[in-house]
Structures are given as structure tokens and as C-alpha cells.
Design a protein around this ligand. Structure first.
Ligand code: NAD
Length: 477
């Protein structure tokens, strides 16, 4: 039985109710979570505020940094245990689960080093004045986390918030809590004061909503779907609470005729099958120069056919999807493709050992997807790659920008001028040239434009979002 973790203590929910925890590899219940309430959120916020006033706001940046560095080392020591928890909870193949645990180590390490390097400025002003700016923490920050990369998103969001001097109340996704509860326990073990990191589990419309509405939350960091992102903005607007929104994507991979296809093909494949395609920055649209459309699809088709899907513990190329409803969502998209006569180039294979009750989906490569079809416009959030061809650079830009999203783009070309032109013309928060970093790069600011959200997490840039700037003007004559 999993409990909330509030003020460095495990605690049952005031609801007395629980949520079953299901293993996506076999669809079986193996644990229970607390079904939190608004009361539980209130307790967590009070604990956080108490910690902020009495302890956390009095620590120097260097002291916060030492705590985060100790937590990074502790997570490294427990990386296998955390990876095993997240593997069972989310159906991640072993390599992916381990990579996520190590990314968490790295986030805490990065933000540990940043704590004492965040500072304000001095500004030249009128004669007889000195003007300075201070970067002040918001206070108590709320973090609403999705199920696809719990450890990574916790690391970037909570790591950055703590480094900037905030204390945190965290609402993990109801499908993915186990690793985060354990990380909060490890934080207590290395000396984080009670109330610095609080975890309250439960459903989004109950505890997530209560967290977003709570008057004691000074900033909300939300990572999740555009639909819920809209609700969070509406709720936060009622009390003018600042929010950072990391929402979805429909990221293009744009391949020109002069690209190094040997380098590109494994990355194009991985960018859509990593985490079974359940990645906000998945490279889910493949835009290909018409001159190489057929040969590239042929080679990519071979790569897709070779992919094997199975239980997380088998550590194959692809694990299960998170839950039955997500599997149904992907099936619905694929049956729409059939209705629209969108040709399928290739599919990977689900292995015989995969239990019938697990949530598996073979990676699927589709071609000639019409640009306005929902497969080319909406997030499938599964291992489905939609290919289409373009005639020239202008056409590539037009297709790349033809969705409501703007999170990440990949550009594959050896032409230096084109690399920079494309980077400028594609509307997205990140552009990768001749590489692709779905989920990677702790140091690299990350976030979207358009319906992919606003504000930035990751890198040093995130610290600006987790602080507010105060200007102090002194007239001294
Ligand atoms: P979701 O929006 O359904 O849920 C995200 C979180 O919000 C969960 O913790 C959920 O419990 C909570 N929530 C749900 N309803 C709520 C409400 N009414 N009030 C407050 N909280 C609520 O998204 P999901 O299905 O968990 O995740 C998939 C989505 O997240 C995809 O759209 C994906 O692209 C996006 N995502 C974005 C990033 C990014 O960094 N841009 C990263 C990962 C996932």
C-alpha cells in the first residue's frame, strides 16, 4: 500500500479510499495508492509553507545546493530500485527505466550546482540612485506531473524549483506515483527538512484541481495535455497565479535529400518508439524530400519491421502502453487511418511472450498522411509515425508549421545555410539539426510555443521561471 508523503512522513488519505496500481505489462493490479482529497492537499500546502518560512527561505544557495547534491548521490545509489519501481508502474523497458533514473540523478546534480549562481543585476539609472534586482523564489510551488516520464519530469520541475529557493507540493499522475514517493523518502533521508517536498497522490479532477485552486500555492508547473493545461490556466487566472505549461507536441522530423540517412534512420525510428511513443516531444511526423521519399520509406520500413514489443522486463525495443484506454486511443487512430485509406508501410511485432492482458501496440509506419488528417494534427501518444513528402524548403516549412503545436523539430541536412534557415523558420521551442533529443539534455531549455505551452523548464533558464524579479531603487544622493 502506497501512502502520501507529507512533511517527511507517510500518511493515508482523509478519504480512506484508494486507487489500484496496474502493471501495464500484464494488466494486473499489484498495489494501491491513496485517493487524495482537497484536505490532503491543504495539509501538504500548510507543511510546505511552514517549512518555507521557518527553514528553507533561511538557507543559503550553497546550503540548498549541498542538499540537492546529496539527493543526487542518493538517487544514484538507489537508481536500480527506482528504475524497477517505474518499470513495473509504467511498463518501461529496463534500459529506458534506468536511463530515466540516471536523468533524475543528473537533474539534481545540475540544479545543485546552479543554486548559488542565480542572482539579480544592477541597473544604471539617474544620478544619485542605485538600482538593483533580486531574484526571489515564489514560495510554495505546485507541480502536476504526467505519467510518461515521472522521474525525469519531477527532476526538471522540482529540481529547478528547489534550487531557486521554493518548496514543493507534487501531484504525480494516478498511473505513475511509485518512484516519486520513494524519491521524496530518499530526500528526507539525506536531510531535506520536513515540508520541502510533499507528495499527494490521487485523481487529476480531485487533487490536481485542489492543488491548482489552493490559495497557498504561489506558482504552478503543469506538464500534461493541452486540454487539462487550459483548465489549469483558467483556475490559476482566478487568483492570478503564475503557471508554466509544458503541453503536447506533434513534432516534425524534416529530412532533406542530402541528409546522412545512415545516421538519421536509427534516430528517426527511436524518436517515435522511445517510451512506446508516449513522449511529448516524440518525432511523430516525418516530412521527407520527395527525391528520397521512396528509398527512405523502404529503409525505415525495414527498421520498423525489426522492432520487437513485449513485457517491460524483457527489455525489448518497445514496452506496453500505460493503460487500456491509451491502447484504445491508439487503435482508434489506426482504424481512422484504415477508413481514410492511408497506406501502412510496416509494423513491428509483439512477441509471443506478451500476455494478452497487457497493453501492447506494434510500432506502425504510415505514409502519404494528408496534412489536415487528425493523424497528422493530433497527438496519438503511441508508436505511430506519419510520413508525407515535400517539394522544396518552403513546402517543408509550411508542413512543419501546419499544426497547433510547436514543441520540438528535427532537421536532417548537410547544407549549413539550410540548417540555419530551417532553424529560424520552424516554429518550435527546440530545433535539433542532424540529431534529435526527445527527452534528453538536462542543460537545454525546453518548452513550447502555440498549444505546446509556455515558459521553460530544464537548463538554467528554468530558474527564471521559478523566481520573480524584484527591483529595488535606492536614492542616496
Ligand atoms: P493529463 O493532462 O491527462 O494529466 C497530466 C496530469 O494532470 C496528471 O497528473 C493528471 O492527474 C492531472 N490532471 C488531470 N485532470 C486535472 C484537472 N482537472 N486539474 C488538475 N490536474 C489534472 O496528461 P497525461 O495523459 O498524463 O499526459 C500526456 C500528455 O502530457 C500529452 O499531451 C503529452 O504531450 C503531455 N506531456 C508534455 C510534456 C512536456 O514537457 N511538454 C511532457 C510529458 C507529457
Amino acid at each position: 500500500m502506497q501512502l502520501h508523503y507529507i512533511a517527511n512522513a507517510s500518511q493515508a488519505s482523509s478519504s480512506g479510499r484508494t486507487i489500484p496500481v496496474i502493471d501495464p505489462s500484464d494488466g494486473q493490479v499489484f498495489d494501491e495508492l491513496q485517493r487524495g482529497t482537497a484536505d490532503d492537499i491543504d495539509q501538504a500546502v500548510r507543511a510546505a509553507r511552514q517549512c518555507y518560512g521557518a527553514v528553507w527561505s533561511k538557507l543559503s544557495g550553497a546550503e540548498r545546493g549541498r542538499l540537492l547534491m546529496r539527493l543526487s548521490a542518493k538517487v544514484a545509489e538507489h537508481a536500480d530500485e527506482l528504475a524497477a519501481l517505474e518499470q513495473r508502474d509504467c511498463g518501461k523497458p529496463t534500459k529506458q527505466a534506468k536511463a530515466d533514473a540516471l536523468a533524475l540523478v543528473r537533474y539534481f546534480e545540475f540544479y545543485a550546482g546552479a543554486c548559488d549562481k542565480l542572482h539579480g543585476d544592477t541597473i544604471p539609472y539617474l544620478d544619485g540612485y542605485s538600482v538593483l534586482t533580486w531574484r526571489e523564489p515564489h514560495g510554495v510551488t505546485g507541480h502536476i506531473i504526467p505519467w510518461n516520464y515521472p522521474m525525469q519530469i519531477f527532476g526538471r520541475s522540482v529540481g529547478g524549483a528547489l534550487a531557486a529557493g521554493n518548496v514543493c507540493v507534487v501531484k504525480p499522475a494516478e498511473d505513475a506515483c511509485l518512484s516519486l514517493i520513494r524519491v521524496a523518502q530518499l530526500a528526507a533521508e539525506v536531510g531535506f527538512p520536513a515540508g520541502a517536498i510533499n507528495i499527494v497522490t490521487g485523481y487529476g479532477h480531485e487533487v490536481g484541481d485542489a492543488l491548482a485552486r489552493h490559495a497557498g500555492i504561489d506558482h504552478i508547473s503543469f506538464t500534461g495535455s493541452p486540454k487539462v493545461g487550459t483548465l489549469i490556466q483558467q483556475v490559476a487566472a482566478e487568483r492570478h497565479c503564475p503557471v508554466t505549461l509544458e503541453l503536447g507536441g506533434k513534432s516534425p522530423q524534416i529530412v532533406f535529400a542530402d541528409a546522412d540517412l545512415d545516421a538519421a534512420i536509427p534516430m528517426l525510428t527511436n524518436a517515435i518508439v522511445q517510451n512506446a511513443g508516449q513522449t511529448c516531444s516524440a518525432g511523430s511526423r516525418l516530412l521527407v524530400d520527395q527525391a528520397i521519399y521512396e528509398p527512405l520509406l523502404e529503409r525505415l520500413g525495414q527498421a520498423f519491421t525489426a522492432l520487437r514489443v513485449g513485457p517491460a522486463a524483457m527489455d525489448l525495443d518497445v514496452g506496453p502502453l500505460i493503460r487500456a484506454s491509451q491502447q484504445q486511443r491508439v487503435w482508434d487512430f489506426l482504424s481512422d487511418a484504415q477508413v481514410a485509406n492511408i497506406p501502412m508501410v510496416a509494423q513491428g511485432q509483439v512477441v509471443d511472450e506478451a500476455p494478452e492482458t497487457g497493453f501492447y501496440q506494434a510500432p506502425t509506419l504510415l505514409r502519404d498522411v494528408p496534412v489536415m488528417h487528425r493523424l497528422a494534427q493530433e497527438e496519438v501518444f503511441g508508436p505511430v509515425l506519419c510520413a508525407m513528402s515535400f517539394q522544396d524548403e518552403d513546402h517543408a516549412v509550411e508542413l512543419a508549421n501546419a499544426t497547433q503545436f510547436g514543441l520540438v523539430a528535427g532537421v536532417w541536412t548537410r547544407d549549413g545555410g539550410r540548417q540555419l534557415r530551417m532553424a529560424k523558420r520552424v516554429r518550435s521551442g527546440q530545433v535539433f539539426i542532424n540529431n534529435y533529443g526527445a527527452g534528453g539534455g538536462v542543460e537545454l531549455p525546453f518548452g513550447g510555443v502555440k498549444s505546446s505551452g509556455y515558459g521553460r523548464e530544464k537548463g538554467f533558464e528554468a530558474l527564471y521561471g521559478f523566481t520573480t524579479l524584484k527591483t529595488v531603487a535606492i536614492k542616496h544622493g
